[in-house]
Design a binder for this molecule. Structure first.
Ligand SMILES: Cc1cc2nc3c(=O)[nH]c(=O)nc-3n(C[C@H](O)[C@H](O)[C@H](O)COP(=O)(O)OP(=O)(O)OC[C@H]3O[C@@H](n4cnc5c(N)ncnc54)[C@H](O)[C@@H]3O)c2cc1C
Length: 498
């Protein structure tokens, strides 16, 4: 008999397992994927976690390697609970569940400290979230801290922590059924792996098995037409069957079932995540340039906000374009500012030309249409100082869609074009949980012994998402789920002994 069974082995699962292990002895993690695919979507991430902090001094307790000299040259605006909550409500159009969002926001820093106490190593996101302005490294966008080594480092460090705490992790162990006792409480799971069918009994079960983004049929069913042709940015194993099992067991669906996180993703990327390149196939410097579709037309405000607040919804905009393809355009002025790791990664769909017409030809876009779009755009750019580290208000006037910040004419050869398509990250619809991360049934009552965290929880994200919130939500609610499940297990042990 296990005390706590955790389903999945990504960030939410490891957070739950580590929290459970603080209270109970026998914690078992069951992972569907083989060992070489360990870590779910969490492995593919940049390891960026959104958290509240007062300023650099507040963060120094978790930044082990930051020297005084490095600190001297950093400008890091505080990111307060009020800022984080405002971002959550703004990007979700006011729909994020206020109680869940408030837990996410208010426990973010404390959870980062807790992960640090488990051996996770934090760093500032120098390459992703800072520009050098007037000799200082100026951080922007509220998302400034991540795990050393990105998603690969995150999973390696979490696995090491799990092993150090005596948590067993089994691979090739897909959960295919939830077991219930006579009173309807969850009493274990059934695994159906290469070793055959096995019933594993446990006092409590934490579901942390991701969303349904890797199942084309479920994508088409819930997200709508053409989502089945989107590329999957991460693990192919998040196919939603545990979510379906929980619903079949009476769990309440919650959140934005027709919504998801999807970004601009290299058009030549494989159909599912690449374990070597992981997040490098993303293309997130578009606020510095122009984005056009295959007809040479712009279709989004590239500079509506920092990329942290637009990238997760612009994948859907690309999917809506002819052929589900788009081109990000830059020139000699902006190319040096691109995230070089993303824009020069091996196999990236990168094109270079001496004129806009030549670039159009190379991209397969109508020369006339692209030259017209660019000349209209260039003519609409207003004067002002370009500064990528702040919302500089340097915008266009008189064109649709506008570009609201960082608008510069595309006029300095060589020109660069990058072909992108829609890459789905994770789905927003999920299970309803209470404040202890217990799964609720359709009458709003907790299902005894069942907890959930991570992507398969609904209610936090609608329409869009503030970058770095997925990992933090997985850890905050994973920790709560693990603690709650362990308390439930202890109560069961007492009841059984009595
Ligand atoms: C390319 C990329 C970059 C990203 N970058 C960031 C970032 O920098 N910051 C951020 O906050 N978010 C980022 N995200 C989003 C982030 O990955 C997710 O929010 C987060 O990792 C979800 O964690 P999770 O533990 O819920 O799911 P996962 O990490 O996906 O783990 C779920 C696990 O469950 C397993 N599983 C599935 N079905 C079963 C079953 N039947 N039985 C047993 N196990 C099962 C899966 O194999 C998987 O290992 C990124 C995502 C991608 C794809």
């Amino acid at each position: 008999m296990q005390d706590v069974i955790v389903v999945g082995a990504g960030n939410a699962a490891f957070s739950a397992a580590l929290a459970a292990r603080e209270r109970v002895e026998r914690v078992l993690v069951l992972e569907k994927a083989p060992r070489e695919w360990l870590g779910g979507n969490s492995y593919f991430t940049a390891g960026a976690f959104r958290m509240v902090f007062e300023g650099l001094d507040d963060l120094r307790s978790i930044l082990d390697t930051l020297s005084d000299e490095q600190a001297e040259e950093i400008e890091l605006p505080p990111y307060t609970a009020r800022d984080f909550m405002a971002d959550m409500q703004r990007v979700t159009q006011g729909r994020s569940d206020p109680e869940l969002a408030s837990i996410l926001v208010n426990e973010s820093m404390e959870t980062a400290r807790w992960l640090h106490s488990k051996g996770l190593r934090w760093t500032l996101l120098y390459a992703r979230q800072a520009y050098r302005v007037n000799g200082k490294l100026r951080f922007w966008g509220g998302l400034n801290v991540g795990i050393e080594g990105g998603g690969k480092g995150l999973i390696e460090q979490q696995l090491a922590a799990a092993q150090a705490h005596g948590i067993e992790v089994r691979y090739d162990a897909p959960v295919v059924e939830l077991l219930r006792d006579a009173s309807g409480h969850i009493s274990g799971v059934v695994c159906q792996g290469p070793r055959g069918r096995e019933e594993i009994m446990g006092h409590a079960v934490v579901l942390a098995s991701g969303g349904f983004e890797a199942d084309p049929r479920l994508r088409a069913m819930y997200l709508g037409p053409n989502w089945d042709i989107a590329k999957v940015r991460g693990t192919p194993y998040n196919t939603g069957e545990v979510l379906q099992m929980a619903l079949a067991a009476g769990a309440q669906p919650y959140g934005h079932w027709s919504g998801c996180h999807a970004t601009a993703w290299d058009a030549a990327a494989p159909p599912v995540g690449d374990r070597e390149l992981t997040n490098l196939l993303t293309k997130q410097s578009y606020p510095l340039g122009l984005v056009v579709n295959a007809e040479g037309q712009r279709f989004v405000d590239e500079g509506a906000d920092f990329r942290n607040y637009t990238y997760a919804k612009y994948g859907a905009e690309i999917l809506r374009q002819p052929g589900a393809i788009a081109y990000q355009l830059f020139d000699a002025k902006t190319e040096p500012l691109l995230r070089q790791d993303e824009y020069t990664a091996p196999g990236v769909s990168r094109f270079e030309a001496g004129s806009i017409g030549e670039l159009a030809q190379k991209l397969g876009v109508s020369v006339e249409a692209l030259e017209y779009t660019v000349s209209q755009f260039n003519g609409a750019v207003q004067a002002g100082e370009f500064n990528p580290a702040i919302k500089d208000g340097k915008k266009t006037i008189g064109i649709q869609p506008p570009k609201s910040n960082w608008a510069q004419p595309l006029d300095t050869p060589p020109y660069y074009g990058f072909a992108v398509t829609c890459g789905i990250t994770f789905t927003f619809g999920g299970l309803r949980i209470d404040m202890d991360a217990q799964v609720l049934d359709r009458a709003g009552q907790p299902i005894g012994g069942l907890y959930a965290a991570g992507e398969l929880v609904g209610g936090l994200f609608y329409h869009n998402y503030p970058g770095g919130s997925g990992l933090m939500a997985g850890s905050v609610f994973g920790r709560r789920a693990g603690s709650g499940a362990a308390r439930h297990a202890l109560a069961k042990q007492v009841a059984t002994a009595g």
